[in-house]
Design a protein around this ligand. Structure first.
Ligand SMILES: *Cc1c(COP(=O)(O)O)cnc(C)c1O
Length: 494
């Protein structure tokens, strides 16, 4: 952070406990319980290019230099416009944008997806008179779209995916389009299974019906965009150049390896994009124009993203993409060779979904065991008839470390086989099926969480497999009623 002038410092400095060194030591101590952000052993949530401290240091310094700048008012802070146009321009060039493409820098993938849906809803209302909008999605689309539908009042139309390929049938998506459809969504790739949806076919159907089509390339767009430029790449185009694609989201804080709080949503042109802007001249304060959901927003994430994109550059990203894809391929082959595990579908890039190939091996138990070996992989409950899986987000930092991970994984599978599968208590599942989530009181919720092993004031159990096995068996509406109470138990006054 930019240091304030000395005279504005608070008197707290006089207190030894609040010295800068002491505060930072406290932060370090708190971080001790976290998963590591760097080093490639955390295969979810964090993205490490493996480029060492120099890149991270540059990002932190750029972030600090701009942290206090407010992106709310671009007339007061024109640096924000220059940085954003540069970052959005680089992103548009990578992903098939043309001279008309318009974009917005956002705080993350969720905000990019929310803006795509909000823009489509407003566009459908303004141009087609749609007042009761629908959102057509493969079931594998990121939950951010369900959040958008929830917040903005759209009905989700779920399209199942093929149980072998984990992609939707484009004809089924086309058949789901109605006069109420505001937006059709495909993923490039999907988060749960890392497979590429049939972008061109779905976008073509949407265009033929005069409906907008969004490509959610939040996780894969940056990596796959660079990978497509590598010699011999067979990755099909999924970007804005594909006919019918009208918007696209891509996170920079994933495979562009920039600090968190950085994503871009692109639109085919500024005329489409403006439908998602919010303006107010109806209050006695400053005239409001917000391109995003935020009001005041730090320019820190934007400046850090701008710095990292320039520092790594096209050649650097091509190299990182190459290294990441090779590492993912090594892991894929290695995992397929471990008895009891199988890879789902044909993952296109750096995400692997691993399921059990043996009833004695529960992948949730494998994830718990692997964590004890110092590696984190992410459990994904099976819903809608899809198998339960563990998810690996492979980053460039995992290059050269596949042997260690594969050894640990084989050991974890052996341990999981000995421990046996995590089973939900059948009595609890049966009782849960009779509960009306809407009528559940706070006390009843607390009692259920106690039975599920999540009592005790929000502390998380060491082994998550039994909790996840139960969660998977609960009706979604009940799980969605209970989960906020689990997390609410963590966030309370000290
Ligand atoms: C990560 C992700 C999102 C949401 O992004 P956040 O940055 O976590 O808000 C949306 N779609 C896909 C496919 C993702 O992987």
């Amino acid at each position: 952070m930019t240091a304030p002038p000395p005279e504005t410092r608070s008197d707290n400095d006089a207190d030894a406990k609040a010295s800068a060194a002491g505060i930072l030591a406290d932060l370090d101590a708190l971080r001790g319980a976290d998963l590591p952000v760097y080093g490639g052993r955390t295969l979810a949530y964090v993205y490490d290019a493996g480029l060492g401290p120099e890149t991270a240091d540059l990002a932190e310094r750029a972030y600090a230099a701009m942290a206090g700048v407010n992106g709310l008012d671009m007339t007061a802070f024109p640096s924000v416009v220059a940085l954003e146009n540069d970052v959005v321009g680089t992103t548009a060039r990578l992903l098939g944008g043309g001279p008309d493409t318009a974009g917005t820098f956002t705080s993350g993938g969720t905000e990019s997806c929310l803006l795509a849906v909000l823009t489509a809803r407003e566009h459908a209302r303004a141009t087609r008179g749609v007042t009761d909008p629908q959102l057509v999605l493969p079931v594998t689309a990121h939950a951010a779209f369900r959040k958008a539908a929830h917040l903005f009042g759209l009905d989700v139309v779920d399209i199942p995916v093929d149980p072998e390929t984990f992609t939707p049938d484009p004809d089924a998506m086309a058949a789901a389009i109605t006069d109420r459809t505001a937006l059709v969504v495909v993923s490039a790739p999907s988060y749960p299974h890392g497979v590429l949806d049939p972008v061109a076919a779905v976008a073509g159907h949407a265009a033929a019906r005069g409906v907008l089509c969004h490509v959610d390339a939040c996780i894969g767009g940056w990596l796959l965009g660079h990978a497509r430029r590598l010699p011999g790449s067979a990755i099909p185009d999924f970007g804005l150049a594909v006919p019918g694609v009208t918007s696209l989201s891509v996170d920079l804080h994933k495979y562009a390896y920039t600090p968190k709080g950085a994503s871009v949503v692109l639109f085919r042109d500024a005329e489409l994009r403006r439908h998602g802007y919010f303006a107010s001249a109806s209050w006695p304060g400053y005239p409001v124009v917000n391109a995003t959901l935020q009001g005041t927003k730090s320019a820190g994430p934007l400046a850090a993203a701008w710095a990292v994109l320039r520092h790594i550059g096209d050649a650097g990203y091509a190299d990182l993409a190459d290294r990441t894809l090779r590492t993912a391929a090594e892991l894929r082959a290695g995992i397929a060779a471990i008895p009891g595990l199988r890879i789902l579908g044909e993952p296109v890039g750096s995400l692997l979904a691993v399921a059990s190939a043996d009833p004695a091996v529960d992948v949730f138990v494998v994830a718990d065991c692997l964590r004890a070996h110092g590696w984190y992989i992410q459990p994904q409950p099976g819903v809608g008839g899809l198998p339960r899986t563990v998810h690996l987000t492979v980053t460039a930092a995992a290059a050269g470390k596949t042997a260690g991970l594969l050894d640990a994984l084989a050991a974890a599978v052996a341990e999981a086989r000995t421990l046996g599968p995590a089973e939900a208590d059948p009595g609890l599942v049966e009782a849960a099926a009779l509960i009306d989530p809407a009528a559940l009181t706070a006390a009843e919720s607390a009692a259920i969480l106690e039975l599920a092993g999540l009592g005790g004031g929000g502390a998380m159990p060491e082994r998550m497999a039994p909790v996840l096995a139960l969660l998977e068996q609960l009706p979604a509406a009940l799980a969605e009623r209970l989960l906020p109470d689990v997390i609410g138990g963590l966030f309370r006054l000290p």
